[in-house]
Design a binder for this molecule. Structure first.
Ligand code: F6R
Length: 242
């Protein structure tokens, strides 16, 4: 595990974007695992800029998002599909046929999950997975006490996560209580992982993920077992590390 500690959110975003950009320069047909939430927004902005400056190209890139709310369709402004399109995809030359996000409206969730795993395998696996981290240590929507061996599956969102994510909704009642998420096993299969964290409210989860016991109670702690993982954290998120 490597830890890159920088001064602020802007630098977290730049470092992360540079790592993803290098991946694309070395392998233009990379398979990217992508995250939503507030943390990666700066990284997406940087990647758009790097693309506009002509340094990277997304034509051959395939993407798989970590998760999607259950019950929200693509056009819902709160869906992660909408988020990805509005914040990233519409600004770059990605082929939308190569964009994969779990379908929150799927009739048969088990089939949807199996199919998602099959598509990842068919694409050759994820070259680099971008992660954020929840205050409770979740990665994707793998909440505390999940099974490490889980593949893509339907999850019940934790009370804390619903509360944290209610900032994006009109009221807490509007936050979906379920989501489809890549499992810990899916995430651990990625060849390389970068986890981004910014702000004091992530410091406890970051400390436990890096130095704590490897336990499903703190899902991100499993990353200690991954052979190629980089934590990119700002001073506040890293404040409990020394
Ligand atoms: C989003 C995701 C979540 C977020 C986490 C942190 O696709 O999988 O694990 O990364 O909830 O969210 P923010 O960045 O909003 O603090």
């Amino acid at each position: 595990m490597r830890i890159i500690c920088v001064d602020n959110y802007n630098q977290v975003s730049k470092k992360a974007a540079n790592i993803v950009a290098s991946q694309l320069i070395l392998k233009p047909n990379s398979v990217l695992g992508l995250a939503t939430g507030s943390t990666p927004l700066g990284m997406y902005k940087q990647l758009i800029k790097t693309y506009e400056d002509g340094h990277i190209d997304f034509e051959e890139v395939t993407t798989f998002n970590l998760d999607e709310y259950y019950g929200l369709n693509k056009n819902n402004e709160q869906s992660y599909y909408y988020y990805m399109y509005e914040n990233f995809f519409k600004y770059i030359n990605i082929d939308m046929n190569k964009v994969n996000i779990p379908n929150g409206m799927a009739k048969n969730i088990d089939d949807e999950c199996l199919e998602y795993e099959r598509k990842i395998r068919k694409a050759g696996g994820i070259d680099i997975q971008v992660l954020g981290i929840g205050r409770n240590g979740h990665i994707g929507f793998n909440e505390p006490d999940i099974k490490f061996e889980a593949l893509t599956h339907m999850v019940n969102l934790d009370e804390q996560t619903i509360k944290d994510n209610s900032r994006f909704f009109d009221s807490i009642e509007d936050v979906p209580t379920k989501a489809i998420s890549m499992g810990i096993k899916t995430i651990m299969h990625a060849k390389k992982i970068i986890l981004l964290a910014s702000g004091i409210e992530k410091s406890d989860a970051i400390y436990k993920a890096i130095y704590g016991k490897i336990t499903p109670k703190l899902p991100a702690s499993v990353l200690q077992l991954h052979p190629d993982v980089v934590f990119i954290v700002d001073k506040e998120a890293a404040s409990k590390l020394d």
